[in-house]
Design a protein around this ligand. Structure first.
Ligand SMILES: *Cc1c(COP(=O)(O)O)cnc(C)c1O
Length: 386
């Protein structure tokens, strides 16, 4: 086989344009709440379309936390959360004192099953938090139908869904709010960072205030410097100008980024169809398009239970992998201690977390890398099956 390669699972796509943008900010006088942040919000809103109002924040988890604070969700309330997600989705609910009620995913897409949501609704349910698993869109029209029928708020966790659409509309704009992540391994990065998104002007105004201590006037609105009141309890979840400059350049190259991901995903998927005892988590909804965050393979048949061995051999050959997500959230120590949920409540989430691994398809992966991954995957699986 070809010479050893090193293909990391994720690598931020940073060019001279990013470096120049960051240096320009450092050469100027404004390091936070300035023109870069505002421009990034406007440009992200234009990218999403449909009149999206955007607010830069310090992380996706910050955006989620602000959402629950804004909607006044707290002790005694329940929020429906997928079992198969990043802990941030559930942590944001815990931090306002509400209870996450974990719901299983569909095995084909890794996304919340609509009938599972309906079955979990009680008198205490106030919100549904949906996650577009590895960029595959949830059935948002159906979920919004359920939410409207029961008067529930919908919080979309779009951390891996920049570029994900359903019926032509970008995700994050179906629910009451959408929360995006710019952590380095995600589609675009600001180091740490995120975007809070809503179609509702009043929600935007309220979260704008909550994001910055609860202060009632922005710098531009103050007639005298330093004069303001604080009518609500806020946080400091702002993004700096350096990060926003980075994000703007990343966003300007996003259509290239998504196109390369789509090509890589299709090429990799096509080359794996002849593999037995494996299935690929994918988008099966013809009204929807994925953001191609990564390619998740689930082991079946005699390969079950061999995940760590397979991943170990791939990593030794220089093929980077990840697992989405290493355990269903209710099995994580904190949640296990607190709620001790039955494993039988989320068998599909357990199956994906125990039997799957993810391969990279980002713009750092080229066609030779794909061939290399495919060759090694065939060899490793053949070796393991003997
Ligand atoms: C990465 C991720 C997060 C956390 O994003 P941060 O910006 O690091 O807070 C939240 N939800 C999901 C689904 C994620 O994959």
């Amino acid at each position: 086989m070809n010479d050893l390669r090193n293909i990391p699972f994720g690598r931020p796509w940073i060019t001279d344009e990013e470096r120049q943008g960051v240096l320009r900010v450092l050469d100027g006088p404004i390091l936070t709440h300035g023109p870069q942040g505002k421009a990034f919000e406007t440009e992200f809103g234009e990218f999403l379309g449909d009149g999206a109002h955007c607010l830069t924040v310090s992380s996706c988890m910050a955006a989620l936390h602000l959402s629950y604070i804004h909607y006044g969700i707290g002790p005694g309330d329940e929020v429906i959360v997928p079992a198969q997600t990043h802990v941030a989705t559930a942590h944001a609910v815990e931090w306002v004192g509400a209870r996450p009620v974990f719901v299983d995913c569909e095995p084909e897409s890794g996304n919340l099953a609509v009938d599972g949501i309906v079955a979990a609704i009680t008198e205490r349910t106030k919100a549904i938090s949906v996650v577009h698993f590895v960029g595959i869109p949830c059935d948002m029209p159906a979920i919004m139908g359920v939410a409207e029928q029961h008067g529930l708020v919908v919080i979309e966790d779009c951390a891996t869904a920049v570029g994900t659409r359903h019926s032509g509309k970008h995700v994050g704009l179906f629910g009451n709010v959408g929360c995006f992540s710019f952590y380095p391994v995600k589609h675009i990065t600001t180091g740490e960072g995120g975007m809070f998104v809503t179609r509702h002007g009043d929600v935007h105004k309220s979260v704008h205030r909550l994001r910055a201590f609860g202060v009632d006037r922005t710098h531009d609105e103050r007639t005298l410097p330093g004069m303001y009141d604080v009518p609500v309890l806020g946080l400091n979840y702002r993004m700096s100008e350096v990060q926003a400059a980075l994000g703007r350049t990343q966003l300007s190259r996003f259509s290239d980024n998504l196109e390369q991901r789509r090509e890589n995903f299709d090429l990799l998927k096509g080359a794996l169809t002849d593999l037995r005892e494996i299935h690929i988590v994918d988008n099966h909804d013809t009204d929807a398009s994925s953001s191609y965050y990564c390619l998740v393979l689930v082991l079946d048949g005699s390969l079950r239970g061999r995940r760590n061995q397979i991943v170990g051999r791939l990593n030794a050959a220089g093929v980077g992998t990840s697992v989405y997500y290493p355990q269903p959230v209710p099995r994580m120590g904190y949640y296990k201690d607190r709620y001790n949920c039955e494993d039988a409540q989320y068998p599909n989430a357990i199956e994906i977390s125990e039997q799957s691994f993810a391969l990279p398809v980002g713009p750092h992966v080229n066609k030779e890398d794909i061939e290399y991954m495919v060759d090694h995957l065939h060899a490793v699986l053949a070796g393991v099956m003997q």
